[in-house]
Design a protein. Structure first.
Length: 199
């Protein structure tokens, strides 16, 4: 039998009233959006780079203005998804690409091979990788082809004369395959009229 608390939770969920998990998701979503925003203060950037939620660290790692020292820290993050975001980032520093080329996670290496910011020397190392899917991506990048991850922006690469091919299923990025969650807007509640003191 469901207790009163269970019934009230079910009623709240059915009526659209946010429960604790939804409120937590909204809070996390807001922090991720802040981490992606332009004009983020440097102090806040450093605070968010150390956030306990991987999604926030991913957003910081993917920023084109992610500082070199922060990239060096994120390159050793325990979560592969953070290292993938860094390896995919437009602001990836050549020295950090040189660190990530030794990563054991294939998703990181594949993201590195797809990134137009990856230096040629790193691509050459990846082209000699023992795993065929990594070496194939690197060879294609060295040949001037760009393997577009789902949802990737490749217009600037096409302008540079690169050939863009749709990725094969085995070449797809695990991060790029995440569907975006679209939530309906929250209803606005008009403010209560202020009570005026009696005269």
């Amino acid at each position: 039998m469901v207790g009163d608390d269970g019934w009230s939770r079910a009623l709240m969920a059915a009526s659209g009233v946010p429960v604790a998990a939804e409120a937590r998701d909204d809070g996390l979503r807001a922090v991720v959006m802040e981490a992606r925003s332009d004009g983020l203060a440097r102090e806040r950037l450093f605070a968010l780079a150390d956030h306990r939620e991987p999604a926030v660290r991913e957003a910081i790692a993917a920023r084109p203005d992610c500082p070199l020292g922060m990239q060096a820290t994120l390159a050793h993050d325990r979560k592969a998804s953070v290292r993938v975001a860094l390896a995919s980032g437009a602001g990836l520093a050549g020295a950090i690409a040189g660190v990530l080329v030794a990563d054991r996670d294939l998703a990181v290496l594949k993201a590195l091979a797809r990134n137009a910011a990856t230096p040629r020397g790193v691509l050459e190392r990846l082209a000699g990788h023992r795993r065929e899917e990594v070496s194939r991506l690197a060879r294609r990048a060295l040949a001037g082809e760009v393997v577009a991850a789902p949802g990737a922006v490749v217009a600037e690469l096409v302008d540079r004369g690169a050939t863009v091919r749709d990725p094969r299923p085995e070449d797809r990025s695990p991060v790029g395959d995440r569907p975006d969650r679209v939530l309906p807007p929250r209803p606005s509640v008009p403010p209560r009229p202020s009570a005026r003191p009696a005269h």
